[in-house]
Design a protein around this ligand. Structure first.
Ligand code: FAD
Length: 381
């Protein structure tokens, strides 16, 4: 029977800011490639942001290479504004995005043919360099010498586990489930987490709830004065150092500090930002605080962040014992995108490049690094 596998130079997984940037550069480099995206429509994770998150609530998105971001309308929801920009971008550069396609597994072609155990230790990078990768999806398989992974974090919300969680009689939700304050009117709400999402959600819900309680593991870090680009760069450098060492990355945005905007002043005046240490356990009707006092709760909102959505890369054994994927810089000493354990794989939107600015630069470096793998394959053939 004919081989249903489609062959390309590079498979890009994910069509958010990082994947689109990589796609633009692959096109300029003359690659044959495809972008596989699990979402039904353009926009990456932005299409799922909560309804009440407007363009005046977010820091703003960086311009993708070659097309200006349209002038923003401050009260337009981010979940329509950004997807419209990405849709225009895909059309303008005629990018080969195929959706909805979910990548289930990326495998070494030989391992999958059974010549070595896919469960064993990773092959050395020199051993794997000459072999293709198989990208298995819910609609078939693509085969390529190189893969650029740009799958973001939205699909892997992080829920910490606390004793008593399953006994709670109220509702527990994560940032990904939040749809605006209306459903919390008149209720007692506990918000967990020390990042920008927690601050924004408190700002919206405090004016309509019966009470809010804000708990975080560490003292929140407030930004003093204007956003300082040097501090932003320092934060990114810190995260970059972590991925060079194979440690799990931290959020770049989380290290730049929190601030209250005009739309949060009402909640601030109500005391919503009086932070408490993390509760010690969850009880059926509320939470037991660190000082043993009890807070009644109808809702617990877990604004506790995300992890990189990399489960489909598990067959390649990219993770270090330290918990992260170690990245090395091959094309540009400043931007590590290549997986140290398998140079056929580039990660973009991971660690230091997990912001729209970082994703742009990483996309360019990853496209060039992937094409270097393709060229060395062609030279060896
Ligand atoms: P995403 O936009 O998440 O795109 C990943 C794509 O990969 C998705 O379309 C997904 O469907 C697809 N995918 C995932 N797994 C698979 C799979 N197995 N198979 C196929 N496809 C898959 N950054 C800023 O720079 N400015 C901001 O103002 C800002 N505001 C933010 C606000 C919130 C609430 C959050 C949560 C984040 C914010 N960020 C902001 C961070 C920002 O989201 C990222 O920097 C950037 O948009 C992520 O782009 P990405 O391409 O890495 O991922």
């Amino acid at each position: 029977s004919p081989d249903p596998t489609r062959r390309v130079d590079v498979v890009v997984i994910g069509a958010g800011q990082a994947g689109l940037s990589a796609a633009y550069h692959l096109k300029r480099l003359g690659a044959s490639f495809v972008v596989l995206d699990a979402n039904p429509a353009p926009g990456g994770a932005w299409q799922h942001r909560w309804r009440s998150l407007t363009m005046s609530d977010v820091h703003g998105i960086a311009m993708l290479p070659g097309l200006d971001v349209p002038e923003r309308v401050n009260d337009e929801p981010a979940r329509t504004f950004v997807p419209a920009y990405y849709a225009a971008y895909e059309a303008r550069f005629d990018l080969p995005v195929v959706r909805p396609v979910r990548v289930l597994r990326v495998e070494d072609a030989e391992a999958s043919a059974g010549s070595r155990s896919s469960a064993g230790a990773p092959a050395s990078t020199s051993e794997t360099a000459g072999r293709d990768l198989l990208v298995r999806t819910d609609v078939g398989t693509w085969r390529a010498p190189a893969v650029i992974n740009a799958t973001g974090t939205w699909e892997r919300p992080f829920w910490p586990s606390y004793p008593g969680g399953s006994s709670f009689r109220g509702r527990q939700l994560h940032t990904v489930d939040y749809e605006g304050p209306e459903a919390m009117a008149g209720l007692d709400v506990v918000v967990v987490g020390g990042g920008a999402s927690a601050v924004q959600i408190l700002g919206e819900v405090a004016p309509v709830t019966a009470s809010t309680t804000w708990v975080t593991r560490r003292e929140p870090v407030w930004r003093v004065g204007e956003f300082n680009p040097d501090a932003g760069r320092d934060a990114a450098a810190l995260v970059e150092d972590r991925v060079r060492r194979g440690l799990p990355p931290q959020s770049v945005v989380s290290v730049t500090g929190l601030m209250l905007r005009p739309q949060e002043q009402r909640a601030a005046a109500m005391g919503a930002y009086d932070r408490h240490p993390m509760f010690t356990r969850i009880e059926p009707d509320g939470v037991r605080m660190a000082d043993w006092s009890f807070r009644h709760a109808d809702v617990i909102v877990w604004a506790t962040g995300f992890r990189a959505a990399l489960g489909h890369l598990a067959p390649l054994h990219l993770r270090e014992d330290t918990g992260g994927v170690r990245l090395v810089a091959r094309e540009d000493a400043h931007t590590p995108t290549t997986a140290a354990r398998d140079h056929r794989v580039q990660l973009v939107g991971y660690g230091p490049s997990a912001s729209t600015i970082g994703a742009n630069r990483a996309g360019r470096v990853a496209a060039r690094s992937a094409m270097r793998v393709v060229a060395s394959r062609a030279a060896a053939a």
